[in-house]
Design a protein. Structure first.
Length: 321
């Protein structure tokens, strides 16, 4: 007679897994599938027109919408600080893996911005960047006065549409009259400051700690200096960590920008800090165009998925080599 114990064990296992599975289906898989279905409709909470299935009309309208491309450019522009923040995290990790007195305290201090990231931190930076009484402009104008440039003023930061790439803010294009430092650069500077001592630093510290000391001893025997050890030992050994950090930072950059825009600028000035995630929010919860917002969300997902596949396909070669 076949034992009933395996069947009872299977039933018990399913019973334990069921709450987690139901939670995933109701709060994650369900809304994702629902948003895909809704993206093919004209669903609007304002009910200005009857509900109907419109096929790919939302997607066609999106790709012909000037605002979509402007906000996509904004999203990419705000990611220009990623290489600087990654390099800064690596530099900090190298310093914080040395056998120095009080090194744990230093690690904690550098990681503090990651703990305080949120609305309170954004409000603090908004005051720091205030062009009238903010301490950042006060320091810049003090430097100007020190060199005799008393007629020069500090950047307008969050109130300015200027940018270093001369990007337009009304339509896709370039204009030299837009050259300068503005709201985009302000958010980039703040993002670099937050990210340098954050999770990337911890990942690099863990990666450096796992490098075999025998490799450094062999480098010493070969007469390698500090730069030689970094170039031929530390950097190659950290390639998998750097690859992971690069991909996750890129994904986070495409998905980010909402909190900063919502708290610090409201997407302005003139939409220069509106990213795709904030655009989705405004379309869904301010203009109540649920179908159109869902279509934007799925285009963003497709973009992230495609870029991640390319990175894994070609970037992993260099990591494995």
């Amino acid at each position: 007679m076949r034992s009933k114990r395996p069947r009872r064990d299977l039933s018990a296992g399913i019973a334990f897994l069921l709450p987690n599975f139901l939670g995933f289906a109701v709060f994650m898989a369900g809304p994702v599938i629902f948003s895909l279905v809704v993206s093919f409709s004209n669903w609007s909470l304002l009910r200005t027109e009857p509900f109907e299935w419109v096929g790919f009309r939302n997607y066609v309208s999106m790709f012909t919408d000037q605002s979509f491309w402007l906000y996509l450019i904004n999203t990419g522009y705000l990611m220009l600080g990623l290489p600087i923040s990654i390099c800064g995290s690596l530099f900090l990790a190298i310093l914080l893996t040395r056998n120095l007195r009080g090194i744990v305290v230093y690690r904690t201090l550098f990681y503090l911005p990651a703990f305080t990231a949120g609305v309170a931190l954004f409000l603090l930076w908004r005051m720091l960047l205030d062009p009238g009484f903010g301490p950042i402009n006060a320091c810049i104008e003090w430097v100007y006065d020190l060199f005799g440039a008393t007629d020069m003023e500090g950047p307008k930061w969050l109130a300015s549409v200027r940018n270093l790439l001369c990007l337009g803010f009304e339509k896709v294009g370039f204009s030299t009259r837009n050259f300068g430092v503005g709201a985009r650069e302000a958010l980039i500077v703040m993002g670099i400051w937050i990210a340098i001592g954050g999770n990337n630093m911890l990942l690099y510290i863990a990666g450096i700690s796992n490098i075999p000391q025998e490799l450094y001893e062999a480098a010493d025997i070969d007469g390698a200096g500090a730069w030689g050890k970094f170039r031929h030992v530390t950097w190659p050994q950290l390639a998998p960590t750097t690859f992971f950090i690069g991909i996750m930072s890129f994904i986070g950059g495409l998905q980010g920008g909402f909190e900063q825009a919502r708290v610090m600028t409201g997407g302005g000035p003139a939409g220069t800090t509106t990213t795709l995630t904030y655009y989705i929010y405004t379309k869904a919860f301010e203009e109540f165009q649920i179908g159109y917002a869902s279509a934007i969300a799925w285009v963003l997902f497709a973009l992230i998925f495609a870029i991640t596949l390319v990175n894994w396909r070609f970037g992993s070669r260099h990591v494995n080599d």
